[in-house]
Design a protein around this ligand. Structure first.
Ligand SMILES: NC(=O)c1ccc[n+]([C@@H]2O[C@H](COP(=O)([O-])OP(=O)(O)OC[C@H]3O[C@@H](n4cnc5c(N)ncnc54)[C@H](OP(=O)(O)O)[C@@H]3O)[C@@H](O)[C@H]2O)c1
Length: 338
């Protein structure tokens, strides 16, 4: 077993990590960290458990550690669910201390030597770890994209071979994507908020890196234009998005491409089967009905129409955050970087 810790274990994504790691076959969760407000106290006493899954009692007595590499000495790998404002420095310090870091935060996603990975889309980009290791401290940082970008790039993967040059997307994003303190009930109930700070820029830039080409030394961004419009809607979990791609291939061929698509990786415990679930019904996918397929790791796609127009949906704190990071860590282990 590989000893792991979770940074920011009391937050929306941190709790998902704890839930998903509680019975993991490869990872042994030893350390939970949070801010100075929570450090030094029992996890059960400081966490406001809000997931639709039972609290894992075995972690209740664990004393929350400060978010500091010195508190992570018995870990080989840490999962970061820290706010971006503090994640940048903390994650660098952890890597410099020899730890592997798998992070949800945006701080290092676009760094030249840091892989931005969706395992079923660009597993080869993990090769950037070798360039980070040239520093000599043994540690490294691997990022997963913004929650919407993960769902978006997975939905595009089967049609990428048709040639994409201009893709537009309008998202309908769940409130859990803003963290527990993110959106007040009075702001979102009976409402739609047509702005999520930084989200459109992340979808428009991260997608190009993920779909770009790695030549062993650097990633050349995909020659693709992405235009995004992001909206917060009164859904608890599950981001839905309408996608328009400049693909003129007949719809029957597109459907065949989705049905025959196989991911370039296999044998990882968190990888769902299928990775992409295709719906024929005209009123699917829907967040309440479809976010938990594949234990929250499957991306659902439907309403494929000429144009090319389609709808995609995924669970934002599982496939879009904690589950994505754990899948990255499993690929890191399988590829013997740890
Ligand atoms: N929510 C999503 O769907 C989603 C999806 C993809 C990526 N992300 C990214 O994941 C990260 C976490 O998001 P979240 O929604 O889980 O946030 P959150 O609910 O606000 O949780 C933040 C966590 O960070 C800890 N923290 C805050 N300030 C700290 C400090 N100064 N030092 C150490 N720890 C500190 C908090 O501990 P205390 O409880 O002690 O304050 C808490 O554990 C963010 O970078 C976010 O952008 C989120």
């Amino acid at each position: 077993m590989i000893n792991v810790g979770v940074l920011g274990a009391t937050g929306a994504v941190g709790q998902r990590f704890v839930q998903l790691l509680a019975d993991h076959p490869w990872f042994n969760l030893t350390t939970l960290t949070a801010s100075g407000r929570s450090a030094g106290r029992r996890y059960a006493d400081v966490v406001e458990w809000r997931l639709d899954a039972p609290f894992p009692d075995s972690f209740g007595d664990l004393v929350v550690a400060p978010t500091d590499p010195k508190a992570l000495r018995d870990c080989d790998l840490v999962f970061s669910a820290l706010p971006a404002e503090i994640a940048g420095d903390v994650e660098m310090a952890c890597a410099a201390a020899g730890l592997g870091v798998c992070t949800n935060a945006s701080s290092h996603r676009m760094d030249q030597n840091v892989p931005l990975v969706v395992p079923e889309v660009n597993p080869d980009h993990l090769g950037l770890i070798d360039l980070q290791r040239d520093r000599g401290d043994g540690g490294f940082i691997v990022t997963n994209p913004n929650c919407s970008t993960i769902i978006f790039t997975l939905a595009l993967a089967p049609i990428a071979p048709f040639g994409l040059s201009d893709v537009r997307v309008a998202t309908m994003q769940a409130v859990s994507g803003a963290g527990f303190a993110g959106v007040p009930a009075m702001a979102i109930y009976d409402n739609v908020i047509p702005f999520i700070g930084g989200e459109e820029e992340k979808m428009e830039t991260e997608t190009l890196k993920i779909m770009g080409t790695f030549d062993g030394a650097s990633v050349t961004p995909a020659p693709l234009r992405v235009s995004a419009s992001c909206h917060r809607v009164p859904v608890i979990d599950g981001h839905t998005m309408a996608i328009w791609a400049d693909v003129t291939t007949p719809v029957d061929d597109v459907l065949a491409a989705y049905r025959s698509w196989t991911p370039p990786i296999s044998g990882l415990p968190t990888q769902p089967d299928p990775v992409i679930r295709l719906f024929d019904q005209p009123n699917r996918p829907q967040p309440r009905l479809d976010r938990m397929h594949g234990r929250g790791m499957t991306v659902s796609v439907g309403r494929i129409r000429p144009g090319l127009r389609l709808i995609a949906l995924g669970h934002n704190t599982i496939r879009g955050a904690a589950g994505a990071s754990i899948l990255n860590a499993e690929l890191i282990v399988k590829n013997k970087y740890l």
